[in-house]
Write a protein that binds this ligand. Structure first.
Ligand SMILES: CC(C)(COP(=O)(O)OP(=O)(O)OC[C@H]1O[C@@H](n2cnc3c(N)ncnc32)[C@H](O)[C@@H]1OP(=O)(O)O)[C@@H](O)C(=O)NCCC(=O)NCCS
Length: 383
């Protein structure tokens, strides 16, 4: 039965008008509030880009100073939040912890806690740094190590690495972490962002909208492809009989998918992959080990050659180089998706604000395709 207006998964349905993010998939370009991602990553800190996403414009010097100072002042976790993270079941996934901790954070967002139906950017100044601290604290607890207090002299990305490892990162490592957070901060109306907007449209608090968005991101169809790239990297490393290029040719002949390649929207190389690839090479040179970079470049070269022979130009996506980069920064694989969440929180909050400015409750309909007027069977007659 044809059903005009029905689109499974809402594919192709325009559900919002937005000025936040433009993904130009044909030409491999990405813009936040009209600014090219390359300019933002070259010239801005994560805090500066977060200001842009929240207020719609780049901050001047004084505004950035105030905003960064406010965010840095809210990095430290309250003792009950630390206790909740410490008591969380050890074999849980950190995304489950992160989703659970957000309502706790709401209670510590200010003197009254967050019950506001009106969005206030003060909540963003609190929530974004707290999420980073919560992820770092979870990792420390898992390692039976003490939770590290934040260092407000460090950028958001550098401080996250510091709270994770207990060691001050190099200037380059801190800058790269901050850059990765910028690159993952926003990407249009994907599943988690839509989730955040749906919850925000009910006039629930921004904390509950973020908790719901974290739940959506946890699913393997959304976050987590860079974990699969690292499984592939480990598999290539473990097979000494084949070069990375030979491994790719064999995998393709077995009809396997090469992780980190291809994208629904981009028909050119993902602009974020180009920047992250540069980071991986730079960090590898600084650390005196470019083996991940060399391997992934060979995988890319052979994959693209094989696909072009079949008339299918397919390029690396954002996940292709990021897993190896995180590993070189000392970040364990299980934290890849939580890091995605703590960077994307800026984008989610930006969408929550936009939704509230011109709100309409999301209330799609469904077509009922079940039965009606079924004869009711009493218990004694049921099989
Ligand atoms: C992301 C993805 C789902 C996009 O899917 P899509 O839009 O349906 O892909 P396309 O239409 O571009 O695919 C065209 C062809 O290339 C193949 N292809 C696409 N990505 C491929 C990959 N990573 N490895 C091998 N073959 C691939 C498809 O199988 C298809 O082949 P066919 O015509 O013989 O059926 C897909 O590229 C993929 O699974 N990539 C690997 C997983 C990944 O990295 N996901 C993270 C995305 S951010």
């Amino acid at each position: 039965m044809s059903n005009p207006g029905f689109s499974k998964g809402l594919e192709g349905v325009v559900a919002a008008e937005s000025t936040i993010c433009k993904v130009d998939g044909e030409n491999g370009r990405l813009f936040y509030l009209g600014y090219s991602i390359r300019d933002l990553v070259e010239h801005c800190t994560f805090e500066e880009v977060t200001f842009l996403l929240l207020y719609g414009q780049l901050p001047n010097e004084e505004q950035l100073e105030d905003f960064s100072s406010a965010m840095r002042g809210k990095r430290k976790l309250e003792d009950p939040v630390k206790k909740m993270i410490t008591d969380f079941p050890r074999d849980s996934h950190p995304m489950e912890m992160l989703q659970t901790v957000v309502p706790y954070l709401a209670a510590y967002s200010g003197p009254e806690g967050c019950r506001d139906t009106e969005f206030d950017c003060l909540y963003a100044e609190h929530l974004i740094p707290q999420l980073a601290s919560a992820v770092a604290a979870w990792h420390r607890v898992q390692q039976d190590l003490p939770i590290v207090d934040p260092d407000r002299s460090l950028s958001h990305g550098a401080n996250f690495l510091y709270m994770l490892t207990g060691e001050k990162p190099s200037e380059l490592a801190g800058r790269i972490m901050d850059g990765c957070l910028i690159l993952h901060a926003e990407h249009g109306l994907n599943a988690s962002t839509f989730t955040a907007r749906v919850v925000a449209s009910t006039l629930s608090t921004c904390y509950s909208a973020i908790a719901a968005a974290i739940g959506a991101l946890y699913g393997p169809l959304h976050g987590g492809a860079n974990e699969k790239v690292m499984d592939m990297v480990d598999e290539i490393e473990a097979d000494a009989s084949l070069s990375p290029g030979e491994w790719v040719s064999k995998a393709l002949s077995e009809k396997r998918k090469i992780m980190g390649m291809g994208h629904r929207v981009y028909r050119a190389k993902d602009p974020r992959a180009i920047i992250i690839e540069g980071y991986l090479e730079e960090l590898g040179k600084q650390q005196g080990d470019t083996s991940y970079y060399d391997m992934l470049k060979e995988v890319e070269r052979v994959f693209r050659e094989r696909m072009e022979e079949k008339g299918k130009p397919i390029y690396p996506n954002v996940d292709f180089f990021s897993g190896a980069l995180y590993r070189m920064l000392g970040v364990p694989t299980i934290l890849f998706t939580p890091i995605f969440a703590l960077s994307r929180a800026s984008g989610w909050l930006s969408h929550i604000i936009e939704q509230r400015h011109d709100n309409r409750l999301y209330r799609p309909s469904s077509t009922y395709v079940g039965e009606i007027d079924r004869p009711f069977a009493p218990m004694s007659e049921r099989e």
